[in-house]
Design a protein around this ligand. Structure first.
Ligand code: FES
Length: 485
């Protein structure tokens, strides 16, 4: 029975962020084997893991779900076919454990027979045989210290293994959990990975990837047919298949240049006034269609023949939901114009994506996000992506107000309440670009060069900030910015 579990499942098991576990693994504090941890090691570091701790984990997860506006998919059961396969695997594990127990009982009988033979042949005394048998009986009857904790941990891990499966992407080794009845594509996107795909409904074949090890099962119908050669090489369609158990998948993860221009008809879920002349449009794409983009990119929204290029304020990990922040023309009365008059369920056309202001997913450095005014939309998008990836060691968000004030602040406060590795620092409109940034960093000015910095705001703000941060030693390769007017 395997007693090694992947880091992503361990995070769920002990209710800790994966980034924390990764830091522990990188520092050598947590012993890992190919990204897996032994249950003994888990108990050594998290001796208080109990099934009842689920409540705390669920609380943090609920805050995250609300904050990221994700569907609470965690309670969903896998499909009957997947569940059947996972229960079979669990049954096989159980049968193996039962078989071993039976064998050890036999060994116990053999020891008794050997002892009796040794006494009879004079190789052992009757007193030794009696003492040894007594010791063995006592040891077997008294469970070792900590057995209860061990049983609790194993029970919890087995439940997780029935409800979820871990996918490891090779060659880079990113992992994500497939939960409930999700397909591999849905789970990978939710985890913030740029998996390749096109239609997302089994038609185009763009999500083709190769299963290196493990089993997958069809959970959605698909029209695209894999050739016999592709099947024999282990190819599958990520948008139609789910992982039965833990799976290794060979996927070419793409970049901004790999995303084609798309046009999707979406509907307005909600129009959220942000104060001043700005609104957040919460959109949703059709059930069988996703809009492919990176966090930090721009989209074009067309309403009643009027098109605007606007910053995304969501990330693709947010399923079919898209949020954009739109400046309504100040010269027009607030209730006029096609954007200001938008209502729930109205149809809009989404095109794009545009821009290259995206996270450097090769980096393991702490992230410093800095937003000024409407630059907050792109920064919020990057923040959600970084949180979904769960690989960034820590995130600090500085937000400088302009005349529109600091909208959507409750969201940032809920993140800060729920997450140990996220700090939010609001700054007044007069805060300086340099000193206020250095004061907000946990390690002060000296720690600046250890961060990746992403900044979005007005051209003047970006220029002043860039000068201040570069003068303080920020390497150019760790600076990305976008001007948002
Ligand atoms: S994304 Fe088109 S077939 Fe999977």
């Amino acid at each position: 029975m395997a007693q090694l579990i992947p880091l992503s499942r361990l995070a769920r098991l002990v209710g800790k962020p994966r980034s924390l576990l990764q830091r522990m693994a990188q520092s050598g504090e947590l012993e890992t084997f190919d990204g897996h941890v032994s249950l003994e090691e888990v108990l050594r570091h998290f001796p208080d893991v109990r099934l009842e701790n689920d409540k705390e984990l669920a609380r943090v997860q609920e805050i995250m779900d609300k904050a990221l506006t994700k569907q609470p998919s965690r309670e969903e059961l896998p499909t009957a076919a997947i569940l059947n396969e996972r229960l079979r695997a669990l049954g096989r594990d159980f049968a193996t454990a039962e078989g071993r127990l039976l064998h050890y009982e036999r060994v116990h009988g053999w020891i008794a027979d050997k002892l009796a033979a040794a006494v009879e042949s004079g190789e052992a005394t009757a007193q030794f045989a009696k003492q040894f048998s007594g010791w063995l009986r006592t040891e077997l009857a008294s469970p070792p210290a900590g057995l209860e904790r061990w049983e609790d941990l194993v029970a919890r891990e087995r439940i997780l293994r029935v409800m979820t499966a871990t996918v490891t992407v090779v060659p880079k080794g990113q992992t994500f959990e497939v939960i409930g009845d999700e397909t591999i594509l849905e789970a990978g996107l939710r985890a913030g990975l740029p998996l390749p795909y096109g239609c997302s409904n089994g038609t185009c074949g763009d999500c083709k990837c190769r299963v290196v090890s493990g089993d997958v099962l069809k959970v959605r119908p698909h029209d695209h047919q894999l050739s016999n050669l592709e099947k024999s090489l282990g190819f599958t369609l990520a948008c139609s298949y789910a992982a039965v158990g833990d799976v290794e998948l060979e996927v070419p993860l793409g970049g901004v240049a790999d995303i084609p221009q798309q046009t999707v008809n979406a509907r307005v879920r909600q129009v959220e006034p942000l104060g001043g002349h700005r609104i957040a449009l919460h959109l949703i794409t059709p059930r069988t269609e996703r809009f492919r983009y990176f966090a930090g990119q721009w989209l074009e929204i067309t309403v009643a023949g009027q098109t605007r290029r606007v910053p995304a304020a969501s990330c693709p990990c947010d399923e079919r939901r898209i949020e954009v922040h739109v400046a309504c023309d100040a010269a027009v009365a607030a209730a006029e114009g096609p954007f200001s008059a938008l209502q729930s369920n109205a149809e809009v056309v989404v095109q794009g994506p545009f821009g290259e202001f995206v996270l450097n997913d090769e980096s393991a450095r702490p992230v410093l996000l800095i937003a000024e005014g409407p630059g907050f939309a792109l920064i919020k998008s990057l923040l959600q992506h970084a949180l979904s990836l769960e690989r960034v060691p820590s995130i600090t968000l500085l937000r400088k107000a302009n005349t529109e004030g600091l909208y959507q602040e409750n969201l940032l406060k809920s993140y800060a309440n729920a997450l140990d590795d996220f700090a939010y620092v609001p700054l007044g409109p007069d805060a300086s670009e340099g000193a206020s940034v250095f004061a907000a960093l946990p390690g002060g000015r000296d720690s600046l060069p250890t961060h990746d910095v992403y900044a979005a705001g007005s051209a003047d703000f970006i220029a002043a900030l860039r000068a201040a941060l570069f003068a303080a030693g920020l390497p150019e390769a760790q600076w990305r910015c976008e001007v948002v007017a």
